[in-house]
Write a protein that binds this ligand. Structure first.
Ligand code: GLU
Length: 481
C-alpha cells in the first residue's frame, strides 16, 4: 500500500489539510504503507518556496514523517510537480494524438460571455465545446491571429464513473454532469491539478488516495483522464469536511486555522495530532486521549465518519492541557521557557531545580503553554497585583483581619527559614479564622489570585522577600484607609 499527502504550497498549512496529513500518516503506519509527500506547485503565481518550507516544518513538528518526498528520493520522483513538466507534456501529446484532448482557442472574454449567459439562464457553466471540432484551417487562423490555446480534455458522452469510496461508499457520476470539456493545460503551458494528479498518483504507484471531501467532485474528471491514458485508478477515501462551530467551512473567523499559529500559541504537537486524528472518528470506549500507537491500533479507514466534523477549539485546549500535565517535567519546562520569555521574564539565571518546581506547580493551570505568561508573575514579580476577584475579597472586613494579622506576624520572628510553614499557621492562631475565611484572603495576599497553584507549595517558591513585600503592599492598600 502507498499513500500520499499532496499539499499546494500557496500559504500556511491549514488545519483541514493537516488533518488530511494526519489521516494519511496514521493509515500508513497501520498498514505499513509508504507515505509520500508530493508538492503540488503548478500554480506558479500562488506557490512559494517559503510556503513549502513552512508546510514541511509544520508537518515535522507534528511528528509526521514521510518515506519519499522532495528531500527524500524513493525512486518515484521528482516529488515537486513543477519539476515534472516533461512527464506531463508527453501525456498531453498522447491525449492530443488520440483525440482525447484538443486545443481550445476561446479567449478569456469569450469564456466570460459564455459564463454570463449561463448565469443569466440560471444554469451551471458548461463549456459548450466551441473548439471541439475545429478544422485545421480554423486552428491555423486562430494561431496566426496570435491566440495561444489551452488544452481541453474531451469528456466522453454517456459515460458512468463509479467511485467506490472507503468512507463515502459508492458514488456514481455521469460524464454529462461534470461541467463539460475541462482545461488540462493553461495557455501558458502549465498543467492543471485535476489532470496531473492522476498521472502522478499512477507513476508514484499510489494505491490509496486519502483526501478532503472537497475533492470528491474532482474525482470523476481524474478517473476519465486515467481511462484515456490507460493509467491505473487508485482507491479513494474522502474525509468529511472540517467545519466551524456554526457549521460553515472552518475559516479564520472561527479561530486559529494554521498549524504554525497553534505552535506559536503553545499547543503541543502530540495534542494537536491527537485532536486531528479524532476529528471524525471515535473510539468504541469513548476514550479521547490516545497515543499514536493506540490510534493506529484502533482506527480503520472505513470507520472514519461520513458526516462533517465540527472543530471544537475548547476541546483542543482541554486536550492540550492534559498533555501538558502528563509530559516529562524537564521537557515541558524547556517548552515553557520561550513563553515565559515572551511574557517579559528572564529565567536564564534561575536555578533549573527551582524553575522545574515552579512549572510542576503551575502546569495544571495552563491549557496552552502561553497561559504561563499570566501566572508566572506569582513567582517572579515583587508584587503580583491582585486581580479583580482577589481585590474584591481583600476589601471585605474579615479579609482585612487576615491582612492585619499577616503584617503583624511578618514583623515578628518570621524569617526565610520558617515563613513558609509558619505564616498561615500563625495567622490562624492569631485570628481564629479558618477554612475559606483564612485561606482565600491568604492566597489573595500572596498570589494575587483566588485560584491557582497550591498555596503551601507556592510559598517556598515565591520566596521570603517577595511574600513580605506582598504583605506590606496589601496592608498599605487595604488597611490604611
Ligand atoms: N493539492 C491538493 C490540495 O492541496 C490536494 C489534492 C489531492 O489530494 O488530490 O488540495
Amino acid at each position: 500500500m502507498r499513500v500520499r499527502f499532496a499539499p499546494s504550497p500557496t500559504g500556511f498549512l491549514h488545519i483541514g489539510n493537516a488533518r488530511t496529513a494526519v489521516a494519511n500518516f496514521i493509515i500508513a503506519k497501520k498498514e505499513n504503507a509508504s507515505f509520500i509527500l508530493r508538492i503540488e506547485d503548478t500554480d506558479m503565481e500562488r506557490s512559494t518556496k517559503e510556503s513549502e518550507r513552512s508546510i514541511l516544518e509544520d508537518l515535522r513538528w507534528m511528528g509526521i514523517d514521510w518515506d519519499e518526498g522532495p528531500d527524500r528520493d524513493g525512486g518515484h520522483g521528482p516529488y515537486r510537480q513543477s519539476e515534472r513538466f516533461d512527464i506531463y507534456d508527453a501525456y498531453t501529446r498522447k491525449l492530443l494524438e488520440s483525440g482525447n484532448a484538443y486545443h481550445c482557442y476561446c479567449t478569456v472574454e469569450e469564456l466570460d460571455a459564455m459564463r454570463k449567459a449561463c448565469e443569466a439562464a440560471e444554469k451551471p457553466f458548461v463549456y459548450p465545446g466551441k473548439c471541439r471540432n475545429l478544422t485545421a484551417e480554423q486552428a491555423k487562423s486562430f494561431k496566426d491571429a496570435g491566440r495561444r490555446p489551452t488544452v481541453r480534455f474531451r469528456v466522453p458522452d454517456g459515460e458512468i464513473i463509479t467511485v467506490r469510496d472507503h468512507i463515502k461508499g459508492t458514488v456514481v457520476f455521469g460524464s454529462e454532469n461534470i461541467g463539460g470539456d475541462f482545461i488540462i493545460v493553461r495557455s501558458d503551458g502549465t498543467p492543471i491539478y485535476n489532470y496531473i494528479v492522476i498521472i502522478d498518483d499512477a507513476l508514484m504507484k499510489v494505491t490509496h488516495v486519502i483526501r478532503g471531501e472537497d475533492h470528491l467532485p474532482n474525482t470523476p474528471k481524474q478517473i476519465l483522464v486515467a481511462r484515456a491514458l490507460d493509467l491505473p485508478v487508485p482507491e479513494y477515501a474522502h474525509l468529511a469536511l472540517v467545519l466551524g462551530p456554526d457549521r460553515s467551512k472552518l475559516s479564520k473567523r472561527h479561530g486559529i486555522t494554521s498549524v504554525e499559529m497553534y505552535r506559536k500559541e503553545g499547543y503541543l504537537p502530540e495534542a494537536l495530532f491527537n485532536y486531528l486524528a479524532m476529528l471524525g472518528w471515535a473510539t468504541e470506549t469513548g476514550e479521547e486521549i490516545l497515543s499514536l500507537g493506540e490510534i493506529v491500533k484502533q482506527i480503520e479507514l472505513s470507520s472514519l465518519s461520513r458526516s462533517a466534523a465540527v472543530f471544537d477549539f475548547q476541546k483542543l485546549r482541554w486536550m492540550n492541557g492534559n498533555y501538558i500535565r502528563g509530559y516529562d517535567l524537564s521537557k515541558i519546562t524547556d517548552f515553557f521557557i520561550p513563553h515565559i520569555k515572551d511574557a517579559g521574564y528572564d529565567v536564564d539565571d534561575m536555578p533549573r531545580e527551582r524553575l522545574e518546581s515552579v512549572i510542576s506547580l503551575v502546569r495544571g493551570n495552563c491549557e496552552i503553554l502561553s497561559d504561563i505568561g499570566k501566572i508566572i508573575g506569582i513567582f517572579l514579580d515583587d508584587v503580583f497585583l491582585p486581580d479583580e476577584e482577589a481585590d474584591g475579597l481583600l476589601r471585605e472586613e474579615d479579609s482585612k483581619k487576615i491582612v492585619e494579622s499577616a503584617k503583624k506576624i511578618a514583623g515578628s520572628g518570621l524569617d526565610a527559614g520558617n515563613y513558609s510553614s509558619e505564616l498561615i499557621k500563625r495567622i490562624k492562631a492569631d485570628t481564629s479564622l479558618g477554612g475559606k475565611k483564612l485561606f482565600l484572603p491568604a492566597r489573595a495576599i500572596i498570589t494575587g489570585r483566588l485560584k491557582g497553584p497550591e498555596l503551601d507549595l507556592s510559598l517556598p517558591l515565591i520566596g521570603f522577600e517577595r511574600c513580605m513585600k506582598r504583605i506590606d503592599y496589601c496592608h498599605e492598600k487595604y488597611c490604611r484607609q
